[in-house]
Ligand binder design. Structure first.
Ligand SMILES: Nc1nc2c(ncn2[C@@H]2O[C@H](COP(=O)(O)OP(=O)(O)O)[C@@H](O)[C@H]2O)c(=O)[nH]1
Ligand SMILES: [Mg+2]
Length: 161
């Protein structure tokens, strides 16, 4: 089977759940204890589609990456960006969507994480702001759909034509 390797960068404020999403999606593990990881972690996950294996390299950078001087190096060569905010702290969405609109021209999606912490009313409000995906790194809800969403945006031209 054909293999396609893709660099996907997780992006968003400190504490929104980037590392938790990566860990849950790749290893099905979750921890309530705040793990302020140091540096850069890169996790690999292989997704088998009908006619292609997608090898995702999921990049997760610690720290305040909106502000970081390392940021340009971090997103360099990315095929896709998963922009993550904390659904229970809506201001993290506004920061994220502004940044993605202004600065990013590769395929990207916006993910509202920690959906286990919000009411369905709050979720509906976020849907009005064009949030495409909701996830919980705690329960695993929505993770496959979100990563499938960024995969589809990255490979649509090369696989489905
Ligand atoms: N309830 C809940 N807590 C979460 C979720 N995702 C992350 N957390 C918690 O939020 C905190 C920050 O998560 P972390 O992955 O370190 O965020 P990062 O700074 O973006 O990498 C940790 O205490 C996690 O346990 C989630 O989907 N639901
Ligand atoms: Mg982290």
């Amino acid at each position: 089977m054909r293999e396609i390797r893709k660099k996907v960068v997780l992006f968003g404020n400190v504490g929104v759940g980037k590392s938790s999403i990566s860990r849950k999606y790749v290893s099905n593990e979750f921890s309530e204890t705040y793990m302020s990881s140091l540096g850069l972690s890169i996790e690999k996950k292989v997704i088998e589609l009908a006619n292609v294996s997608v090898i995702l390299m999921i990049w997760d950078l610690a720290g305040e990456i909106f502000e970081s001087t390392q940021f340009q190096g971090y997103i360099k060569g990315a095929h896709g960006i998963v922009g993550i905010f904390d659904s229970s702290r809506p201001y993290t969405h506004d920061l994220l969507s502004k940044f993605l609109d202004d600065s990013i021209d590769c395929p990207h999606i916006i993910v509202g994480n920690k959906v286990d912490l919000i009411t369905s009313e709050a979720k509906n409000e976020l849907k009005k702001k064009n949030v495409e995906y909701f996830t919980s790194a705690k329960t695993g809800e929505g993770l496959d759909e979100a990563f499938r969403g960024i995969i589809d945006k990255m490979i649509s031209e090369e696989v489905y034509v």
